[in-house]
Design a protein around this ligand. Structure first.
Ligand code: UGB
Length: 598
């Protein structure tokens, strides 16, 4: 007490709490009052922040940490007593009648939806220093992830409002969770681009705080090695999003505005919005409180499996089990071969892609009980087998997909499986690591993420009736990928499969070297034969039919090496850049009906 100096009553309460929770060491080095008083104040400012940003405050954090560290030291398996089984969910087939019906339902429901983008992570694994939202989804148009996401939400909003003629126009809210690492660049990116066409009032940024690091099994908080008046902190994980949504009061606002669905998504999946309408349709038709989007997963593939867990005490839940835990769990519960493919050629446990659709009302009820706190874990790197000290400080972590862990078994928790080519192509790995991925497994790199967009769009056009040339294989940054025609369209052109089908009329064909960019809602392709590059830009009031044969030298992919430091990182991590040699560009800026025949 003598070292604390002149403190406010709140600061004294915080100090008492820390001492009570075994944190005396934080003050051991403090000099007498009058020395470093300003720094002591800023120490308590930080403690107050750490205390208020964690559900239940620092007391809960320290107690949870002690419990989890003791479990970890004892080697306790979090799945003890649980038996895994395959949960029931929906498996969709792109383009069939059911899929089309679900997309229609999803678009209708979208006017009651809110989107939540978790974007607090830095792309350390990707080898890119900026925020991942600023990376291009593909380099044909160069649109970045946040632009693509916003345009997709606006397209949904418009289509949903059209379906509900007569009722007031929807305005779909977007929350972006940022962190200290990503907040300012995210604000800058949005502001300098006028929120990419969204009203700024539609977008809310919620910044997650880091959590205190832990030095030992007694959960003693770690001091920053460079500042003895500061507690060392690290990210807590994307699971923070639930507590932030709850504590910000935004869920209450959404409830009173009639929002029914909350859709969570990650920062770099350029395919996601192709899967959203049908998945939301599944939530609505099945009445799912929780719907996890999933893709077929090869046994032992390095993504979590969605699993039903039933405990000997009767509890059960449908939850993501990380791949490294699923195989041992199966082996320990009567499946001697562990995680193996079934006769479909895939594991019966679908792969979690961490895009969740929650029904707002039960979500809000649950969060009212938990304040958004969800199951946490700790992953200390021990120095030796006695597990008494750590190689470096650790901290508690949490994941947004663990939300269903606290739900009662009566909660309707399901999943929707879509083809990987349609739904999932994240950009997470740097070129060097991606090149080491075993053949046949996904690279999840900037190269594969971009190629996946072209492949998906080509396959959708093919399903809509166009003749698409087969892809060639090529190697960029050491990764062998399929190169399809570079097809891109604005979300307003092809939000659903029905939209695309309606706009691709009599037989069209596209050669492998081709590039097609469609910007505009009412562009129709009719017996178009494309062998080169075609760009069509049209305002909404212009209805444009494009027909005939377009041939030019087009745009080609030039190989580059990510190690070449003269090339910007954004481009280098792809392993190619586009050489624009020749193109036909059509611009329609006046209202009317037009037909372009080459
Ligand atoms: N994120 C935050 O917003 N805050 C944080 O503190 C951390 C991350 P990563 P991860 O798609 O294959 C997830 O790092 O966590 C954001 C699932 O847990 O890209 O390793 C971050 O900005 C896993 O089950 O992924 O793995 C990004 O938008 C699997 O589905 C998002 O959270 C895996 O993704 C994910 O962060 C996957």
């Amino acid at each position: 007490r003598k070292n604390l100096g002149v403190l406010s009553s709140e600061e004294i309460e915080l100090a008492k709490m820390l001492l009570h929770e075994g944190q005396k060491h934080l003050f051991d080095h403090w000099p007498e009052p009058g020395v470093d008083d300003g720094r002591k104040k800023s120490f308590f400012d930080q403690v107050a922040r750490l205390n208020s940003s964690y559900p239940g405050g620092l007391v809960s954090y320290i107690q949870n940490a002690k419990r989890l560290l003791a479990d970890s030291k004892a080697g306790k398996n979090p799945y003890d007593g649980f038996t895994p089984s395959v949960p029931s969910g929906e498996v969709l087939k792109f383009g069939d009648d059911d899929f089309i019906m679900l997309e229609e339902v999803g678009v209708r429901e979208a006017r009651k939806a809110a989107f939540v983008l978790v974007a607090g992570g830095l792309g350390e694994r990707l080898g890119y220093k900026g925020i991942k939202l600023s990376l291009p989804v593909e380099t044909t148009t160069g649109k970045c992830f946040i632009q693509h996401y916003i345009e997709s939400i606006l397209a949904l909003q418009e289509a949903s409002s059209r379906q509900a003629q007569g009722q007031c126009k929807a305005e779909i809210p977007l929350v972006i969770m940022t962190s200290d690492d990503t907040h300012s660049p995210t604000v800058d990116l949005l502001e300098s681009n006028n929120y990419f066409g969204m009203k700024s009032t539609q977008v809310t940024l919620l910044k997650q705080e880091k959590v205190a690091c832990l030095d030992d099994n007694d959960a003693r908080l770690a001091l920053d090695p460079n500042d003895k008046y500061k507690i060392q902190t690290k990210p807590h994980g994307h699971g923070d999003v639930h507590a932030l949504l709850y504590s910000s009061g935004i869920l209450e606002i959404w409830r009173s505005a009639g929002i029914k669905w909350v859709l969570f998504f990650q920062d770099t999946n350029g395919l996601l919005f192709k899967a959203i309408p049908a998945s939301l349709g599944v939530s609505a038709t099945k009445g799912y409180h929780v719907n996890s989007l999933a893709v077929p997963r090869k046994a032992k593939e390095a993504i979590g499996g969605i699993t039903k867990l039933t405990h000997t005490d009767g509890r059960s839940m449908v939850i993501n089990v990380e791949y490294n835990q699923l195989d041992p769990l199966l082996r320990a519960t009567g499946h001697p071969d562990g995680d193996v493919n079934c006769d479909t050629g895939f594991s019966p446990f679908p792969g979690n892609i961490n895009q969740l659709i929650l029904e707002l009302e039960p979500y809000f009820e649950e969060l009212s009980k938990t304040r958004g706190a969800i199951s946490e874990f700790v992953n200390p790197k021990y120095k030796g087998s006695t597990k008494t000290s750590f190689k470096s400080s650790t901290r508690l972590e949490c994941m947004m997909q663990d939300y269903p862990k606290t739900l009662s078994p009566s909660a309707r928790v399901g999943f929707t499986v879509m083809d990987t080519w349609l739904a999932y192509a994240p950009v997470k790995n740097n070129p060097e690591d991606a090149a080491k991925v075993p053949k046949g497994n996904p690279y999840h790199s900037a190269t594969s993420g971009e190629m996946a967009i072209y492949r998906a769009n080509s396959l959708i056009l093919k399903k809509a009736g166009a003749q698409m040339a087969d892809p060639i294989t090529d190697v960029f940054n050491g990764q062998e990928v399929e190169v399809w025609p570079r097809i891109t369209w604005s979300p307003r052109w092809g939000l659903t499969f029905s939209d695309v089908k309606r706009k691709v009329e009599a037989e069209c064909s596209v050669s492998q070297i081709s590039t097609l960019v469609i910007n505009g809602q009412n562009v129709f392709l009719d017996s178009l034969s494309l062998d080169g590059t075609l760009i069509v830009n049209a305002i909404d009031e212009a209805e444009v039919k494009v027909t005939g044969s377009v041939q030019n030298k087009g745009w080609v992919l030039e190989h580059i090496d990510y190690k070449d430091t003269s090339i910007p990182e954004k481009t280098g991590i792809r392993g190619f850049r586009i050489q624009k040699i020749e193109q036909l560009e059509l611009n329609y800026t006046e209202p009317g009906n037009f037909c372009f025949k080459s």
